[in-house]
Design a binder for this molecule. Structure first.
Ligand SMILES: [Zn+2]
Length: 254
């Protein structure tokens, strides 16, 4: 059996879905991209197996055309949008999908999360969208999800739940937790009144600060050294959005 480390990390992440309250029982699913040098494709949790019973060999190995390469269980019934996200975003390395209570409650009202709080920018833009309803497991759902993920690393899913992806499983899970906390805070705020939203400029400022904070600061410096100086100055206050959000194929993240 190949990719044992990654299989075990997927199981650990799936168990954390339960521990963090993002997912009760076996709802939700987790996947991770396999680097091309290790065979390509992705690993995804199987359908209908409780997370605490998962073993490394139960994780299903699939290619990017929807074929099972290795596995004795069928993959999660929602494998298709995992595959379609990996096919559409080569920088997506791991995906977490769940039906957490606060995200799902908003999504059942077809509501996304507006910029009521600066941390909304953690998903890559000024809001976190809710995609339209489509039946689970369908190509139509994948299309709806990819539209809502335009320039974002997370979205809500109408009458369903939420998705978050990242550079690795830890980042995808921690983003999912952040988004659920924001959904909870937003609902608390709505109980007290209609919040005043942050402006586009304020959110751009937040995103710039995120990108130049901690580890990212060095990445920005590295990129500055690699690119012509004029690209970073002139009348533009910040580097191009597509650069500092690290979402290379997106035109407009706001
Ligand atoms: Zn689901």
């Amino acid at each position: 059996m190949r990719h044992i480390d990654l299989r075990n990390k997927i199981i650990k992440t799936a168990l954390q879905l339960n521990e963090t309250g993002l997912s009760a029982g076996a709802s939700g699913n987790v996947s991770a991209r396999i680097p091309d040098v290790d065979g390509g494709g992705f690993l995804v949790t199987p359908s209908g197996v409780k997370y605490h019973k998962l073993r490394a060999e139960d994780i299903v190995y699939m290619d990017f055309e929807g074929n099972v390469i290795e596995g004795h269980y069928v993959p999660s019934s929602e494998w298709r949008f995992h595959m379609d996200i990996y096919n559409a975003r080569d920088y997506a390395k791991a995906i977490v999908h769940a039906h957490p209570p606060y995200c799902t409650a908003l999504a059942c009202l077809n509501k996304g999360i507006p910029p009521f709080h600066y941390m909304v920018a953690v998903a890559g833009g000024k809001n976190i969208r809710c995609c339209r309803y489509e039946p689970f497991g369908t190509e139509d759902l994948s299309k709806a999800v990819l539209e809502a993920l335009d320039g974002r690393r997370a979205c809500l899913m109408s009458h369903h739940g939420m998705i978050a992806y990242g550079d690795n499983l830890e980042k995808a899970l921690s983003l999912a937790v952040e988004v659920e906390v924001l959904a909870q805070q937003y609902q608390l705020v709505l109980q007290m009144g209609e919040p005043e939203l942050l402006s586009d400029q304020e959110m751009e400022d937040v995103m710039h600060r995120f990108w130049t904070y901690g580890d990212n600061a060095q990445k920005v410096e590295d990129q500055k050294r690699r690119k012509p100086r004029k690209r970073w100055s002139a009348n533009v206050s910040y580097p191009k959005r597509s650069t500092f959000y690290k979402l290379p194929d997106e035109k407009d993240n706001l």
